[in-house]
Design a protein around this ligand. Structure first.
Ligand SMILES: [Zn+2]
Ligand SMILES: [Zn+2]
Length: 194
């Protein structure tokens, strides 16, 4: 009759009406099956898991801002160079054959650079901000590029097939997108404990 006295009933610390015997193996609190998360090292409570993730979210607002500014300048310069190559070569879309792999390589390299800038501190926000910064910089220089290309296209002596289709820097746009993918992929792909 008094069998339960030896083992007093324990309850989830969050859901106080749910009896449970499960304990977080880090902080030792009781938790119900809904509160427990299975990890490679055993069951842990949500708070301990959140605390663990916070260790990897180390980028400061200053890191993020600095990466944003640097990457937008790089995006601006890269798009200018790409448009220059595209305009003088007149290859347009065919340049994509070179620009797609080149963008992947440049993007991966930019990811390394971004982490160098942030002192190896990282966060999802930092990854997103640097990629968006890069794209914004590129767009900022592509808009005047389109204008210049259109002007060249409309100049009688120069308006032959040597200029990009309708003045749109298609090859350069491909380069920018490929680089952005390389950058974001490189940033998120880096092992968290490296
Ligand atoms: Zn815990
Ligand atoms: Zn619970």
């Amino acid at each position: 009759m008094e069998a339960l006295v030896d083992e007093p009933e324990t309850f989830c610390e969050i859901h106080k009406d749910r009896p449970t015997r499960l304990k977080c193996n880090k902080c030792g609190r009781y938790m119900c099956t809904k509160c427990a998360e299975r990890t490679p090292v055993g069951y842990r409570c949500k708070e301990c898991i959140r605390g663990q993730m916070a260790i990897f979210d180390t980028a400061t607002p200053r890191d993020t801002l600095f990466a944003f500014v640097t990457l937008s300048v790089i995006g601006l310069v890269l798009a200018l160079i790409g448009n220059f190559i595209e305009t003088i070569s007149g290859f347009g879309l065919y340049l994509a054959l070179v620009f797609i792999p080149a963008g992947g390589v440049i993007g991966t390299w930019l990811a390394t650079l971004t982490l160098k800038i942030s002192g190896k501190r990282r966060s999802k926000l930092l990854f997103l901000t640097s990629t968006i910064g890069f794209l914004l910089g590129a767009v900022l220089s592509l808009v005047p590029c389109i204008g210049i290309n259109l002007m060249l296209l409309l100049t009688p002596n120069l308006s032959d097939s040597a200029f990009p289709l309708l003045g749109l820097p298609i090859g350069t746009t491909v380069l920018v997108v490929a680089t952005a993918f390389g950058l974001y992929g490189g940033l998120t792909g880096f092992r968290i404990n490296r």
